[in-house]
Design a protein around this ligand. Structure first.
Ligand code: PBG
Length: 318
């Protein structure tokens, strides 16, 4: 070998390894280099306490970033929705590949849809955003707070996974994660974004690298070729909105941008935790570059704040 392999950092969960393998193979193909996976154990994987007690989902990201900065890996692959919106010193997002299905999916017993779930049905989710929108759509549901990886969650649904003692009627998970794990057959309904607006960045991956490495060399060429313009613009708008609201990935906030040939459109929802109050807004721009996307997100966030969004949930707004 003329060159060392490019080291690709990943969390150890089945979903993370699947995602990272896809990314590593694509980069290898585009850049004509060998790749090697580096598994990084994160505090979020080791400590099963409530995420809010150990510093939010940022704990999944911090160890990967440390590993990048220490030179233990050359790129790290994250689920974009788990990546805090603030910049990390010395690091940059080198590529955002084409986005997978952005929707949330209901995985219910007996193939039931949301409308078909019986009154008072128990639906599991660990996400305040999903909980609030579920309650808004079906105030009678018993929304149960759950944690764990995708298979653990699916195992909580009665009769869904053989041998698992299901105690819930349904769970809500990201369609993208289920697809990557080959678990789409568990889905009883793909939830329309008009009912369940996804998390900012849902369905997208981020390939993070050291800032200088994004600018030159074999890795930068592969990253630039792997980057997808529609994914980058939509995710940039969604994250700019979240950032301006100074909210993290655990806030009851949904956002989804879409790109046509002439416009970038952004829709958002802010909910009270109990789902009794819901504020939905949208905006669009004809400026189809990253600055335009960022400006759109900021403008829509400010529109929300002016309309009193901070009274719905705990936004640390300035
Ligand atoms: N917070 C966990 C997480 N982070 C990314 C995904 C997979 C889907 C995606 O890439 O958005 C999931 C699982 C889920 O929400 O069901």
């Amino acid at each position: 070998m003329a060159h060392d392999p490019v080291l690709v950092g990943t969390r150890g969960s089945a979903l993370a390894v699947t995602q990272t393998t896809t990314v590593a193979n694509a980069l290898s193909e585009l850049g004509g280099f060998d790749v090697e996976l580096v598994r990084v154990r994160t505090e979020g994987d080791i400590n099963r306490a409530a995420l809010s007690q150990i510093g939010g989902t940022g704990v999944f990201v911090a160890a990967l970033r440390d590993s990048l900065l220490a030179g233990d890996c050359d790129v790290a692959v994250h689920s974009l929705k788990d990546l805090p919106t603030g910049a990390a010193d010395g690091l940059t997002i080198g590529a955002i590949p084409a986005r997978a299905d952005v929707r949330d999916a209901l995985c219910a017993r007996d193939g039931l849809t949301l409308a078909q779930l019986p009154e008072g049905a128990k639906v599991g989710t660990g996400s305040p955003r999903r909980a609030a929108q579920l309650r808004a759509a079906r105030p009678d549901l018993d929304v149960v707070d759950i944690r764990g990886n995708v298979d653990t969650r699916l195992g909580r649904v009665a009769g869904l996974i053989e041998g698992a003692p299901g105690d819930l009627d349904a769970v809500v998970l990201a369609a993208a994660g289920l697809a990557r794990l080959g678990r789409l057959e568990m889905v009883s309904e793909f939830l329309d974004p008009s009912l369940m607006l996804p998390a900012p960045g849902q369905g997208a991956l981020a390939v993070e690298c050291r800032s200088p490495d994004a600018a030159e060399g074999r890795l930068s060429r592969a990253l630039a070729a792997y980057d997808n313009n529609a994914a980058r613009l939509t995710v940039t708008a969604e994250r700019a909105l979240l950032n301006r609201l100074e909210a993290g990935c655990t806030a009851p906030i949904g956002a989804l941008a879409s790109l046509t040939e002439t416009r970038l459109h952004l829709e958002t929802v802010v909910c009270s935790d109990d789902g009794t109050r819901v504020m939905r807004r949208s905006a669009a721009t004809a400026v189809l570059d990253e600055d335009g996307a960022r400006a759109l997100g900021v403008r829509l966030a400010e529109d929300l704040l002016a309309a009193g969004a901070a009274s719905l949930t705990d936004l640390a707004v300035s």
